[in-house]
Structures are given as structure tokens and as C-alpha cells.
Design a protein around this ligand. Structure first.
Ligand code: S6P
Ligand code: ZN
Length: 185
């Protein structure tokens, strides 16, 4: 008999910027992000001088089959590499029919999207609900130098990840420090 997935819930813990319970946790340090920042020499130097965590992902695992939904919380630390703000690696979904929703919870971020030569940017503040249509590559950036950027995501369980494509077709826009704010270059 097929195993029935039990309904479940978790609570967002405001102090830890995480779910109270989660089934998997991943962190990405600067050492995991070779080649992602324009100034690779500076990234390497920062890796050697402490290798800070760039972002953390708290995920609820469900069966990876059509009909189920994955969801997670991502927390990007404040910081930058030679002026380029800390960000996620960014990816396309392997299954290009799969869209995604992001919900801003804390801090200030940018959602950078691209499809072919088209780019779109959505500023993410607490309460922003952003829709990433199927087929668009997506990356998030923390554009605060002082506080974490935290957002919730939900997406189809059969989406998969294509990180290689985001390397082959790098995100065209970069968010860089501009005084106490940011600018896109
Ligand atoms: C998954 C969704 C997010 C990201 C997370 C980390 O489809 O888009 O949960 O996985 O924000 O980003 P990345 O690019 O390292 O997977
Ligand atoms: Zn995604």
C-alpha cells in the first residue's frame, strides 16, 4: 500500500530566522561560491580570512513527486565581496514547467530573474509576495549591509535544480553597494 504523507506544520521562529522544525539544513559559505562574485581574488581572500556563511536554507522534505509542494526558508547574511552583495547561487528549475513563490519576511532583498535576454528584478520587503513564472532563472540578494534578508519559498516537488545553466548563462545584473543603499550594474 502506498505510504500516506501526514499533514504537518511548522512555525517561523523570529529569533532564529528558521522553522521551529525542519527536515534538512544547508549552508553556503564563501568557499562554496568560487566564481560567483566578480572579484574572485577578494572572495578567496575572505575565504582564507574566516570563510563566512553567505546563506542558510531550512527545508521541509516531501516526496519529490508531482502534486506535492516543497517549502523552505532562506536567510542571506549581510555582507559583500568588494561591493557585490551576498547572494544565493541562483538556479533554473530542471523541470521548466515549474514556477515558484517567494514571500519576504525580514530585511531587504532583490529577486533577480532572467529568461534568455530578458531580465526582471523585484524588490523584496517584508510582506512582498513574488511570483517566479516557470522557466525563469532566479537568484536573491541581500541588499542590506546590516541585517539578514529572510524569505519563504514554495515550489512544486518535481522541479529539480539546474545550477549549471545559471553558470553557463550568468545573471546579467549585479547588486552592488551604493552608499548605504544599492544599485544594479
Ligand atoms: C528553490 C528555491 C529556494 C532556493 C534557496 C537557495 O527552488 O528557489 O529555496 O533554493 O533560496 O538558493 P540556491 O540558488 O542556492 O538554490
Ligand atoms: Zn527555485
Amino acid at each position: 500500500m502506498e505510504k500516506v504523507l501526514q499533514p504537518f506544520f511548522t512555525i517561523f521562529d523570529e529569533n532564529r530566522n528558521a522553522f521551529t522544525r525542519y527536515s534538512s539544513y544547508e549552508e553556503r559559505k564563501l568557499s562554496d561560491m568560487k566564481g560567483y562574485f566578480a572579484n574572485e581574488a577578494r572572495r578567496q581572500q575572505m575565504e582564507e580570512q574566516g570563510n563566512p556563511i553567505v546563506y542558510r536554507v531550512y527545508k521541509q522534505d516531501v516526496p519529490l513527486k508531482e502534486g506535492e509542494l516543497l517549502h523552505c526558508i532562506t536567510m542571506i547574511e549581510p555582507g559583500h565581496v568588494d561591493g557585490e552583495f551576498f547572494m544565493t547561487k541562483g538556479h533554473y528549475h530542471l523541470n521548466e514547467d515549474c514556477a515558484e513563490i517567494y514571500y519576504g519576511q525580514k530585511g531587504k532583498g532583490l529577486l533577480l530573474m532572467q529568461k534568455g535576454d530578458r531580465t526582471e528584478t523585484i524588490e523584496m520587503n517584508p510582506g512582498t509576495v513574488a511570483y517566479i513564472p516557470a522557466g525563469w532563472g532566479h537568484r536573491t540578494v541581500n541588499v542590506s549591509q546590516h541585517e539578514p534578508f529572510v524569505f519563504f519559498s514554495v515550489w512544486p516537488a518535481q522541479s529539480g535544480y539546474n545550477y549549471q545553466r545559471a553558470l553557463d548563462e550568468p545573471f546579467q545584473k549585479k547588486a552592488v553597494v551604493d552608499g548605504d543603499s544599492y544599485k544594479l550594474v
